[in-house]
Design a protein around this ligand. Structure first.
Ligand code: 26W
Length: 833
């Protein structure tokens, strides 16, 4: 990666352009000096007149400035090296708070804490002020954030490209137990971690028409756009852990080309005068809160094209030395497509090479097929994006032409290989003829990508066998797997300092960048003293969590209860409803007198889940969870043995508190539906035991930790398939299982809705007569597994041993290992040490 936009300006000799960058205040005094200077110079206040936000911004600025030197140096080195690098294209980055991660990466945590204390400031107060950038929905967005952390820590030349949404994922509140969305105005108090570069804005076009013209006997096409916007880059530093490396995350903001039409304004039509501006700026206004069912909205396609077009232009303008031979592009860059959302980058790349760089189509296509790779993150057919040719033709007429030509040549090759098998041609065509003529983006990504990967072994297998079998047959060797991972810096070292300290005492500190070293803990599982220290760490994390939930939501977490945690987006395939049926069953057993409360293992059921605003059933299930909690938490017959806690607005910051405190990790999706899961990895690495199906990465977790240390239940994917084909009748399971019948009848009776049977009727009838994700079919096996959990938890020593073995055997789930797999199997971009 040659030089990116030098944050200063692309003046000639680098050394000249660099102002003396402040030397890192590696002393408390130095830090105090820098901090106070930033208070004065950046905020224009003194220590005594500073507001808490002034102090936070000054602290962030001081840490940020420390990183700038490394960043500029890195940019220079990458330019010089002309090394092949990764452009990670993602519509989402769920970054989480930045302060602590940057303090950790720069070894400044203690110095900053002392320096602020010297100024009479408690750093914890400032930490709490940071608003996390919620520029993502869930798994896919967080994975992107873990990956750029690993790319920086592993010194891989790379840049993340995305969208700087003005409003991130909505803030969730509960009103009468129902989800209410609030806009996430995360930028209100400023964002100290970004550098704006309006001078490096790119012009992005939309609409218009295409025309062909003759040039030297060659018929060429050109796009005559209808309108355009400015894409302004905002650079974020991505600091490597203790390696002095800083990579860049470049997020684009949409700004109107001509902000304000004075002529129209003076004509008195004020609204019209600014309409263009608002229309343009709408493009990066807000993140689409769907994480499974695309709405097919034009603005969403505008967002996708906007950021990929700006990123490709930015790469070609700023990463390649003038006169670079474009045919060598595959030696310089791999664009990784984070699901189908950025796939419009493929026809855009072709447009630039053919229309603007006047490259021959075949040569351009040859290059394109080597410069792109596609990661699929889902198995739900409805989550695979398709765009109508009507909309594409209107918004991006030249791109539709290019897609048609790609498809024609592809189908010609298919016909070549398989003959006139019309069914196969129709099934493989990038263009779907019905229900509406539309472009299947996953097919386009598969045809264009050098490699296609799933995100867990089972997922990649199902992609090849069930989702894209024709393509797997047509492109031998194109499909591969890279199992997801999570960054141990944020989700172990930062989120669980107690456990991190314990591990470092036992194994030394190297595990933070070499997580497989955790294997060394296996022997410590046998050590009662180590088990006692681990149990103390878990208990301390539970106390921290209960303090957080008391301060944040007024919850009182009962002491000594098992923390049974289910935190992830609300989706029927993730089966929060199965968890609800377990809670209702446990409750019903007590209130029906079949079980004495004092004989029940105390449990606190902790939920965290946002539902896409338009996902009605998901919002109903949220309402039911809160309603069940209301009754169970206040029923004296339960004697406090069961507690349901649903803190609103689950996000990265809350995850960092909940995961280290958990005993039981709920990973209960229907087998064959969860592509991978990454929460499952975070829980296992923090010493929670998993109750789960053989789905996604659960399979690989169970294989590594061992059956004795994992509570497996439910059908396997082939069994699900078999039952579905045989014809699944959920009501039969209801009739045959008394516990299930009692639980469902209790919900249907209105017991959790003040006797009003109508409120949750849609949920009950959906379970009895539809139940697409087979909650009822897996219920009995799940309840039996939960009884095994209760029995196991009674033997705390054995439980602790199993917890330590989970940690010891889950080093594989580091995102560093995932990145290594991407480099070996897809990118071939060795680290630049
Ligand atoms: C267009 C609507 C939309 C938006 C986001 C459709 C699909 C998505 C994402 C692909 C959904 C998502 O986040 N998938 C999750 O990705 C994780 C990272 O690979 C996996 O661990 C989860 O299993 C998968 O559900």
């Amino acid at each position: 990666m040659p030089d990116q936009i030098s944050p200063v300006s692309s003046k000639p000799s680098h050394a000249l352009a660099l102002a003396p960058v402040p030397t890192p205040p590696s002393t408390v005094d130095g830090f105090v000096k820098q901090f106070l200077e930033n208070l004065n110079l950046e905020r224009g206040v003194t220590l005594s007149t500073a507001s808490p936000n002034d102090r936070y911004i000054a602290l962030a600025t001081t840490v940020r400035d420390f990183l700038v030197a490394r960043w500029l140096e890195d940019i220079r080195r990458q330019k010089e090296a002309q090394a092949k690098g990764v452009c990670y294209l993602s519509a989402e980055y769920l970054l989480g708070r930045q302060l602590d991660n940057n303090l950790l990466a720069t070894r400044l945590t203690d110095i900053a804490t002392e320096a602020l204390a010297a100024c009479g400031i408690d750093i914890d107060e400032l930490r709490a002020l940071e608003v996390e950038p919620g520029l993502g929905n869930g798994g896919l967005g967080r994975l992107a954030a873990c990956f750029i952390d690993s790319l920086a820590t592993m010194s891989v030349p790379s840049i993340g490209y995305g969208i700087r949404y003005e409003y991130g994922i909505f803030r969730q509140t509960f009103v009468d137990g129902q989800q209410v969305e609030q806009p996430d105005a995360w930028l209100t108090l400023g964002s100290p971690w970004e550098f704006a570069h309006p001078e490096a804005a790119q012009t992005i076009s939309f609409g218009g028409y295409t025309e062909t013209f003759d040039e030297g006997g060659v018929t060429r096409s050109r796009w005559v756009p209808g309108w355009n916007v400015q894409a302004v880059p905002y650079n974020y530093m991505v600091s490597g852990y203790h390696n002095g490396r800083v990579n860049t995350l470049r997020l684009w903001r949409a700004v109107a080309t001509d902000a304000f039409d004075l002529r129209i304004f003076n004509s008195g039509d004020y609204e019209k005068a600014v309409r263009a501006q608002t229309y343009a700026e709408n493009i990066s206004k807000v993140l689409y809160p769907e994480d499974s069912t695309p709405q097919g909205k034009e603005l969403r396609l505008q967002q996708q094209y906007f950021f990929v077009a700006a990123s490709i232009r930015d790469f070609l303008d700023h990463m390649l030395t003038p006169g670079f031979d474009l045919s060598k592009l595959p030696d310089r860059v791999i664009f990784q497509l984070n699901d189908t959302h950025p796939v419009i980058a493929v026809p855009e790349f072709m447009r630039v090479l053919v229309d603007e760089e006047h490259m021959e189509w075949d040569a351009a296509w040859e290059i394109t097929q080597q410069c792109f790779a596609y990661t699929c993150h889902t198995l739900l057919p409805e989550a695979l994006e398709v765009w109508s040719v009507e909309l594409l033709g209107r918004l991006l007429p030249r791109h539709l032409e290019i897609i048609y030509r790609i498809n024609d040549e592809f189908l010609a090759a298919v016909r070549e290989r398989f003959g006139d098998d019309e069914m196969r041609i129709r099934n493989m065509s990038i263009i779907a003829e019905s229900p509406e003529r539309s472009v299947r983006m996953a097919y386009l990504a598969t045809v264009a990508g050098a490699k296609v990967n799933g995100v867990a072994e089972l997922h990649s297998q199902l992609l090849r066998e069930k989702v894209l079998p024709d393509f797997d047959e047509f492109y031998p060797g194109k499909f591969t797997n890279v199992t997801n991972g999570v960054t141990p810096r944020r989700f172990l070292r930062l989120a669980n300092p107690g456990l991190a300290g314990l591990i470092t005492d036992a194994l030394g500190a190297g595990w933070t960048v070499d997580l497989e070293r955790l294997r060394g803990l296996e022997s410590f599982a046998e050590d009662p003293e180590f088990r006692a220290r681990f149990a103390e760490v878990k208990a301390a994390n539970k106390r921290v969590l209960s303090d957080v939930l008391r301060a944040r939501d007024g919850f009182e977490v009962s002491d000594g209860h098992m923390l049974d945690v289910m935190v992830k987006r609300l989706h029927e395939y993730k089966r929060q409803m199965l968890k609800v049926l377990h809670i209702v069953t446990s409750y019903e057993r007590i209130v029906s007198g079949r079980v004495r409360a004092e004989d029940v293992q105390g449990r606190a059921f902790i939920f965290g889940a946002k539902a896409a605003p338009g996902y009605v059933m998901a919002k109903r299930i949220i309402h039911l969870i809160n309603a069940v909690g209301e009754v169970v938490n206040n029923d004296p017959r339960v004697e406090g043995r069961l507690q349901v806690l649903f803190p609103p607005n689950y996000n990265v910051t809350l995850a960092e508190r909940v995961i280290p405190a958990a005993d039981l990790s709920e990973q209960i999706s229907l087998a064959g539906k969860e592509a991978s899961g990454t929460g499952n990895m975070k829980f296992a690495l923090n010493g929670a035991l998993t109750i789960g199906t053989d789905d996604g990465a659960n399979v690989e977790i169970r294989e590594l930790v061992g059956d004795d240390n994992f509570f497996l239940f439910g059908m396997t994917e082939p069994e699900v398939e078999e039952l579905w084909t045989r014809g699944y009748k959920p009501a039969e399971f209801y009739q045959q299982d008394e516990d299930l019948r009692r639980a469902i009848d209790l919900i249907a009776s209105g017991a959790f809705s003040n006797g009003d049977r109508t409120v949750f009727e849609p949920i009950v009838s959906n379970l009895l007569y539809d139940d697409r994700f087979m909650v009822l079919a897996d219920y009995a096996s799940y309840i039996r597994a939960q009884d095994r959990v209760d029995a196991a938890y009674a033997d705390q020593d054995a439980w602790t041993k199993a917890a330590i073995l989970n940690i010891a055997r889950c080093g594989f789930f580091s995102s560093d290992r995932s990145i290594r797999d991407y480099i070996d199997r897809i990118w071939h971009t060795p680290p630049m040490l």
